[in-house]
Design a binder for this molecule. Sequence first.
Ligand SMILES: CC(C)(COP(=O)(O)OP(=O)(O)OC[C@H]1O[C@@H](n2cnc3c(N)ncnc32)[C@H](O)[C@@H]1OP(=O)(O)O)[C@@H](O)C(=O)NCCC(=O)NCCS
Length: 389
Amino acid sequence: MADDLRLVDVRTEQLEDVERVRSRSFGLLEPARREAWIADAQTFIDDGRMLGVVDGDELIASARYWPFQQWWGGRKVPMAGVAGVVVAPEYRGRGVGSKLMRGVLARAVEQGYPLSGLYPATTVIYRHLGYEFGGGRFRCTFPAADLRSLGGKDVTVRRAGSADAKRFLELADQLHSSARISGPLVWPEAKVAEWLGEDNSFCYLADDGFVVYGWEGDMLRVEELVAGSEATARALWSVVGSGSSISTDVDAYLSPDDPAHLLVDQEADKQRVVQQWMLRLLDAPAAIAARGFGPGVSLEVDLELDDSELAANTGRWHLSVSGGSGALTPSTSSGDALRLGSRGLTALYSGTPLASVRKAGLASGGAAADDGAIDTAFAGATSYMLDYF
Ligand SMILES: CC(C)(COP(=O)(O)OP(=O)(O)OC[C@H]1O[C@@H](n2cnc3c(N)ncnc32)[C@H](O)[C@@H]1OP(=O)(O)O)[C@@H](O)C(=O)NCCC(=O)NCCS
């Protein structure tokens, strides 16, 4: 790679260059979305979350990350959600993307994010840098008539909008923590308000739940539905199903463990569409300390971590889990410890059974007799996301 390629913070006046590279990577930005794209880009720039690579004066690659929190075991963990990773076609395949992503990792560590996540268009570059699959974005389809007849008529449901953003976040907080959910993102309140205020966001609120849905072509699609009780789930789904005269089926982004799968008589399409996303632990002790673990699990085990990109994670650690919390502390003991690289650690963190991690060559050593307890500590509901970023 040429020496004059430099990693930089993107500046506002370079956004035209970013857009040019982006168009050649993802297609042209729709004119209606351009203003919002620029407004978002400016917030990334202001917070030091947008990096680029320049060749002399010309910007030839860029990437940015969202300041998310992500639910892990019912607790919110700060997560740098990387998006818009683009390299100009004439510079691809020469290590520019890797240089850019190393800059992104270093910046996210500097800003204190224990985790980073992304939707990969290609997994190779991200695996080289220590990312691994962390979960999926699942979409399923219900017959609208079956939703319409779910009942819940006694539950009071009212139309909601951007002024209810805080309440939506509170409800998601309560319900995700009590169900020890893993995967969904927490967006900044201003972005939630923006989403709820969109023309195509139909939002309804009950005492213990909400739904946001809209049109996708001539079909209704649920973007998020959370309910604290069976009656509320029935009421909110039947609001959506009331559109059955126009939308025969309803698409929904949902956890594979969502009660709707048990509540609705049938699913119109047996195929669940999945988009996989990747995760990386940036700061292993902080990521372990921030997430929730199985409440009844107690575990004491040594790990030998080898992180070729982020050296602070490398070394011998003691993992201790009890009372629903975990801690990773430096260990001086000797003996055979469970050996993991960044990908193996990430797979474990996101609930992949250790037997699978071992069989993929991403874990070795340790006492096989501990595997069951380690699995139980990290296990929980399937990790999922609702939104693409
Ligand atoms: C994907 C992209 C960012 C990679 O940038 P790049 O500068 O070409 O990446 P690098 O040269 O640093 O490659 C790093 C590794 O990823 C591999 N790689 C890069 N692009 C790949 C692709 N499309 N398919 C498979 N492997 C790929 C490289 O072969 C290399 O692996 P190796 O060292 O084992 O050979 C760039 O090709 C691009 O902008 N693509 C279009 C937009 C896009 O898909 N962005 C990603 C969104 S998540």
